[in-house]
Design a protein around this ligand. Sequence first.
Ligand SMILES: [Zn+2]
Length: 196
Amino acid sequence: MTAEPIIVARAGDGLVAHFPDLVSLGDGRLLAAYREGTGHLGPHGRISVVESEDGGETWGTPRVAVDGAFDDRDPKLARLADGTVLLSYFVIDWSSRPRHTTHGTFVLCNAKIVEASRWKAGREGCMSVPDLTGDVKRAGRVVVEAVAPGSGDRVSLTTDAFEARALQHEIDHCAGKLFLDRVAGAHAIYQRKVYL
Ligand SMILES: [Zn+2]
């Protein structure tokens, strides 16, 4: 026997539905919640709910439950012992600054680190040492001064996270240093397990 699929809800015009959750309200009543938005990620997500009175055979008209100024997403439903239904969700402001800085591809000459802070150990590998990786303490935020190739203009670049680590690694190369010169000891060197 093949059952026809049951459509619980359709997304609004120009929207797609994601991240459904469902809870039983007792006596065959079900409540479903889901996010509607223009795509998987985006600034205008909203959360809709829809009910069934007959164990999910048929479903009512969806209602918008949450539609704030930001992206309302990832709804979860729970029914407490006293019958109260909880709806939890995330709110994301996509206009805020990204956590990590990236400048894309760039070339620097005579690069010099002039400020370094937020020191932290992290795993590093290197094309010059293909079989090993190691834990190296690097600054999580750096200011680098350099000269632009061609024009000779002075360049100052502030960055953090992975890009800061990569810059320190590459500037070390210019001074003839490898990450192996920076590890705390043999205990911080590992055989590479994955080759890209
Ligand atoms: Zn390298």
